[in-house]
Design a protein around this ligand. Structure first.
Ligand SMILES: *[C@@H]1O[C@H](CO)[C@@H](O)[C@H](O)[C@H]1NC(C)=O
Ligand SMILES: *[C@@H]1O[C@H](CO)[C@@H](O)[C@H](O)[C@H]1NC(C)=O
Ligand SMILES: *[C@@H]1O[C@H](CO)[C@@H](O)[C@H](O)[C@H]1NC(C)=O
Ligand SMILES: *[C@@H]1O[C@H](CO)[C@@H](O)[C@H](O)[C@H]1NC(C)=O
Ligand SMILES: *[C@@H]1O[C@H](CO)[C@@H](O)[C@H](O)[C@H]1NC(C)=O
Ligand SMILES: *[C@@H]1O[C@H](CO)[C@@H](O)[C@H](O)[C@H]1NC(C)=O
Length: 432
């Protein structure tokens, strides 16, 4: 694109007027921050005798075509004109990247051919700020951060922000010098032209690298290691970038015994006892941890297990007893009443069996009594005096091998068998 020079007509009226068309701009190039507001200004002179009817700004004018910015849809709502001290201004707000171009003043008069275009005009360049840092910053470095723009914003001071907060350290021109950085200096940095604080650059993350620090070993599993246990040691460290390379050592052994962030011993024995440490490495250095002492404790182990066993057994027994009591109480409550009538029947049935006692098969009857006892819950003893007597007798019958005189007397009392000669039975039990 090019601007057309308007033909400059000089009305040569000798001795009266020698003034020519002329346009002067305050600057020929402007570097503007994207989204900022700018002012362009120019003054003009024209030959005598002409009356200026129209003056406006145009961008990138073509031959015979100068569009007033006010009529350009790309600038709707962003353009204002004003006059001041022979200067004609345009205020352009919210500057966009597409606004880049040449801005010229156009002056028109009543005379059709007497028009003027102030060419060349003001070259507008639009830029954004960005922070530049060295590629790699290691603890102790003194990196220089630079607030960069694609065009020269002129002599201006810059403001710096760290994580969004205003930040002032050693600032020189568009540079920020961080002296001997530590990892606390890591963060998101942005800059802004001092009088345009609301148009900061995008934040740039400064990542301060450092060798491993605070390296430590943790032992997984129980506090007391028992022979045969598997033991895993883990190494943790603080480093940037994070350590990926770990080495494991056992004190008084010259070479590493393992690598990787964790180290496992699948079956610990007394030979494994000792002091272990790890070493974390990254690109910038390495650091070893303090040693941890691993010892197998065999003796305490048996006692410990025994104690644990007793404890568990005791708890189980308690639970079983409570559960049994609850069950019994429930079944008893439900059955006692309903069974009362049945009970009588059963009792007579038992009686019948007892009555069939035979002197020769007394021992068999004993067995039968034992089975009766097991099938009938103890609570049924309360059902009647008859039952009490029967059960008492059953218990003793089972110890038939050790029948004593006392037993015999109990047999006597227990005997509902109406045997003609009970002494015969008893002697036979004694024999068996
Ligand atoms: C508006 O901008 C677009 C893209 O930048 C351009 O193609 C078009 O010619 C412009 N319109 C005017 C009237 O200048
Ligand atoms: C920059 O700031 C310094 C001190 O605040 C001041 O003296 C100087 O004039 C400023 N420069 C510009 C271009 O604003
Ligand atoms: C820095 O910016 C990154 C993403 O741009 C974000 O994840 C991080 O949390 C920021 N750090 C701080 C300290 O604000
Ligand atoms: C890991 O450590 C070993 C020995 O210290 C070294 O030879 C190797 O280069 C290291 N690897 C990395 C990625 O740092
Ligand atoms: C390692 O050796 C040193 C002396 O050589 C000794 O004092 C230390 O007790 C040893 N450590 C182990 C765990 O054996
Ligand atoms: C311990 O080491 C000794 C010698 O190195 C070896 O003879 C012994 O079998 C080892 N004991 C166990 C339990 O591995």
């Amino acid at each position: 694109m090019f601007c057309v020079f308007s033909l400059i007509f000089l009305l040569v009226i000798p001795g009266v007027c020698r003034q020519k068309w002329g346009v002067k701009y305050s600057k020929m190039a402007i570097c503007a921050l994207k989204s900022s507001t700018i002012h362009l200004s120019g003054s003009y002179t024209h030959p005598y005798g002409l009356t200026v009817t129209k003056i406006f700004w145009t961008v990138n004018p073509k031959i015979g075509e100068s569009i007033n910015l006010l009529d350009n849809s790309n600038y709707t709502g962003r353009v204002e004109y004003f006059d001041k001290d022979k200067f004609f201004f345009v205020k352009l707000s919210n500057v966009r990247q597409e606004d880049e171009g040449m801005y010229c003043l156009r002056i028109e008069t009543k005379v059709e051919k007497e028009r003027h275009l102030g060419y060349p005009g003001i070259e507008l360049t639009v830029t954004e700020l960005r922070v530049e840092t060295p590629e790699e910053v290691v603890e102790g470095d003194s990196p220089v951060l630079i607030c960069k723009s694609s065009c020269n914003l002129g002599s201006t001071n810059f403001s710096w922000y760290k994580n969004g907060e205003s930040f002032s350290k050693w600032v020189g021109e568009n540079q920020l010098i961080l002296q001997s950085v530590s990892r606390e200096d890591s963060g998101n940095y942005s800059c802004a032209v001092r009088d345009l604080k609301d148009l900061p650059s995008p934040a740039l993350t400064l990542n301060v690298r450092y060798p491993p620090k605070s390296v430590s070993v943790s032992v997984s599993g129980s506090a007391v290691i028992v022979s045969g246990d598997s033991v895993t040691l883990s190494c943790s460290s603080d480093s940037n970038p994070p350590a990926l390379n770990f080495s494991w050592f056992k004190e008084n052994q010259s070479s590493a015994i393992g690598s990787g962030q964790s180290f496992s011993i699948s079956s610990f024995n007394t030979n494994h006892s000792g002091r272990y440490y790890c070493e974390a490495h990254n690109k910038y250095g390495s650091l070893r941890s303090a040693s941890v002492s691993l010892t197998a404790k065999d003796g305490q182990n048996t006692l410990l297990y025994a104690a644990a066993g007793f404890g568990a057994a005791f708890i189980c027994i308690c639970i079983i007893i409570v559960a049994l009591k609850i069950i019994r109480r429930k079944t008893a409550d439900a059955e006692v009443q309903g069974d009362l009538s049945k009970q009588e029947n059963k009792s007579t049935a038992v009686m019948d069996q007892m009555n069939s006692c035979d002197p020769d098969t007394g021992h068999q009857n004993d067995v039968m009594y034992a089975s009766v006892c097991q099938k009938r819950p103890k609570e049924h003893q309360t059902a009647g005096d008859e039952d009490d007597v029967q059960y008492a007798s059953v218990h003793h019958v089972r110890n038939a091998d050790k029948v004593t005189a006392e037993d015999e007397s109990q047999y006597g009392s227990a005997s509902n068998c109406r045997l003609d000669d009970s002494s015969v039975i008893y002697s036979s039990i004694g024999v068996s």
